[in-house]
Design a protein around this ligand. Sequence first.
Ligand code: 4NP
Length: 162
Amino acid sequence: MTEPVRILFVCLGNICRSPSAHGVFRQRVSQAGLEAKLLIESAGTGDWHLGKAPDRRSAAVAMSRGVDISDLRARLVTSQDFHAFDYLLAMDNSNLADLQAMAPANHGATLGLFLDYATASGAIREVPDPYYGGDQGFEHVLDLVEDASDGLLLTLRQKYSL
Ligand code: 4NP
């Protein structure tokens, strides 16, 4: 069996956007029966919430769409992640710039924006930080994450013949 393709979703706090991406994509992968082929984690570039469960607003919106993210815990992105993962997918341009700034020389990972894989979200290229906003922001995050998760899964299935 070939090695799994390894994907790390990255945001700032690792309690709202990247755990939502982690949970939604994990569910899509499970529904496709590809758990052994795609390894999924999430992490943050900021250290305020290390070890914490996802923000209750993110968890509630995800649950309302049938996605349980209550088992996830926040952790930091590390330099090892650039070797341990094939894709590091950032939620916004600031997250991506942080990743590029901390990337070790000669790493083999692909760095990019998660929404590059979205197909239905039009010109929106970043998942907006919902932390200081209202409930609608969390619904919007899930809309974008669901779209990009479907596109990412399709892209990886085609690229790796999964
Ligand atoms: P996330 O949202 O990056 O989507 O997890 C945030 C969570 C916490 C903070 C900022 C963004 N914070 O400043 O504590």
